[in-house]
Write a protein that binds this ligand. Structure first.
Ligand code: ATP
Length: 322
């Protein structure tokens, strides 16, 4: 293999730049030519491809977002789009392609690989941590630390006002972010899609917590919770308790900012591992880190299998709310 490409796709995540840097520099050290494809799969179709050298990735390890930019590209979901993308990859001489993103990105990778000759390796990059085959995805650690900083500040004001605060965090359909942020932030309640939310019980718990003398009540709501978002849940609780409340939807601040050390190290290790996998002739896998070891998981399994939340953390939700 002589030439490989790298792209970032789907939602951006802090640490993607550190991963691009690792792929470029490690690839060059292994005598590969590396090109960057700008704007995810759309960049293949538009032939928006740039040669990347060691200097092109200088000074990016600490930057959030992705220098290659990302985009959603519906054309890739069509046969014609896949055919066109494979033709471009072939005409550009790109033999191996590393795609950094979430499960949608990996679906695109599999579709490409099934219809062409390019060797595909995926790297999990999404703040949601909802990808099977790795303990952590690139961006998750930064996102939970960003959310935690906000929650610590909210607790200061919540304690002064003695009102329940409903804080909505990201995570799409899963509760990984909410669970970790809730435990780290000492939340009174953590509402996640994986557990049923009973408004009656929640209202009772909030009311009891104030009666016990608690100064603040922070309810972390995962954006995908079955009972609705923070606005809807807060309203339902208000109808039962009549307690004035405040809402804070953290939103996209969770996607930005400097990646944490953990995310930079994970991204660097997985980037290099993706290059190694291609050089070893592997294709159709996602590189991940599982219990400290670098692992390969068939791309298809990353969305067909469901990643479980940590059972020890789940046990703590009620026990630590005091
Ligand atoms: P995040 O988890 O941050 O949202 P993601 O990788 O899951 O990241 P998606 O928007 O689901 O983000 O997918 C990114 C891109 O992958 C899509 O815009 C599309 O170009 C491609 N893609 C997704 N699903 C498919 C599919 N079934 N076939 C071909 N391409 C796909």
């Amino acid at each position: 293999m002589k030439k490989i490409g790298v792209l970032t796709s789907g939602g951006d995540a802090p640490g993607m730049n550190a991963c691009i840097r690792a792929i470029v520099r490690y690839g060059i050290s292994r005598k590969l030519e590396v090109v960057g494809i700008r704007g995810g799969y759309r960049g293949i179709l538009a032939k928006d491809i740039v040669k990347l050298g060691s200097r092109s990735v200088a000074n990016i390890i600490h930057r959030g977002g992705t220098i290659l930019e990302t985009a959603r590209c519906d054309e890739m979901k069509t046969e014609q789009g896949i055919r066109k993308a494979n033709e471009t990859l072939q005409s550009e001489g790109i033999e191996g392609l590393i795609t950094i993103g979430g499960d949608g990105t990996f679906r695109g990778a599999v579709a490409l690989a099934e219809a062409g000759d390019v060797k595909l390796i995926g790297v999990p990059g999404t703040i949601d941590n909802d990808v099977y085959g790795t303990d952590y995805t690139i961006g998750f650690d930064t996102a939970i630390n960003t959310a935690l900083g906000a929650i610590d500040k909210i607790r200061d004001t919540a304690g002064s006002l003695q009102r329940p605060f409903f804080v909505e965090v990201m995570g799409k359909t899963r509760g990984f972010i909410a669970l970790e942020v809730g435990i780290a932030g000492g939340a009174e309640e953590i509402l996640i899609p994986e557990l049923p939310t009973k408004i009656e019980q929640l209202s009772l718990d909030i009311s009891r917590s104030f009666k016990k003398g608690k100064k603040s009540s922070i309810v972390i709501v995962a954006e995908g919770d079955d009972a609705g978002g923070a606005f809807s849940i807060a309203q339902q609780v208000w109808e039962r308790l009549g307690l004035e409340y405040r809402i804070c939807v953290l939103g996209h601040v969770q996607r930005g900012g400097c990646p944490t050390a953990r995310d930079r190290v994970l991204a660097s290790k997985l980037g290099a591992a993706a290059v190694d996998a291609l050089l070893e002739g592997k294709a159709g896998y996602m590189v991940g880190e599982f219990k400290g070891d670098i692992t390969l998981t068939a791309l298809r399994e990353t969305w067909e299998k469901r990643k479980d939340l940590d059972s020890n953390s789940l046990r703590l939700i009620k026990a630590l709310s005091g």
